[in-house]
Design a protein around this ligand. Structure first.
Ligand code: HEC
Length: 111
């Protein structure tokens, strides 16, 4: 391996260790990327920014917003998302986001 190639590979590995892998494009990514939470209970409104901040790292936050998952599906999905390398989501944040998404699913008419 020549020197420049080694530098490029080392740089790629260093970046990869911090930034999570980007998810491939999905049609949901182009949908609305906001939820109107103005009429939601205050506890739910407080969780909204946690969701916006944490669930937009690897794909647009539009992906979960335009998904129709019920509480059980969200529970399964939250586990999957926080296990991903460098998700940057701890257990407490995951619990908050799960409560938020569970409420969102009832607003979508799911349970
Ligand atoms: C570390 C990167 C990463 C983070 C952080 C992340 N996701 Fe994902 N997510 C992915 C990848 C990669 C996919 C596509 C592969 C898949 O569906 O598992 C995906 C797919 C999804 C899907 C589509 C699933 C389906 O099968 O229809 C939803 C919904 C989703 N993510 C929700 C979330 C939520 C909610 C959060 C915040 C708690 C989140 N994601 C945070 C990487 C991430």
């Amino acid at each position: 391996m020549n020197f420049m190639l080694a530098v490029v590979v080392a740089a790629a590995l260093a970046t990869g260790a911090k930034a999570p892998a980007k998810a491939q494009w999905d049609p949901r990514d182009d949908g609305p990327d906001r939820i109107d939470v103005s009429s939601w209970p205050p506890a739910m409104q407080q969780r909204y920014p946690v969701f916006l901040g944490k669930c937009a790292k690897c794909h647009p936050v539009a992906r979960p917003i335009n998904s129709r998952f019920d509480a059980a599906e969200w529970k399964r999905y939250m586990k999957k998302m926080i296990r991903r390398p460098n998700s940057g989501i701890n257990e407490e944040q995951a619990a908050d986001i799960y409560q938020f998404l569970k409420y969102y699913s009832t607003k979508q008419g799911l349970r």
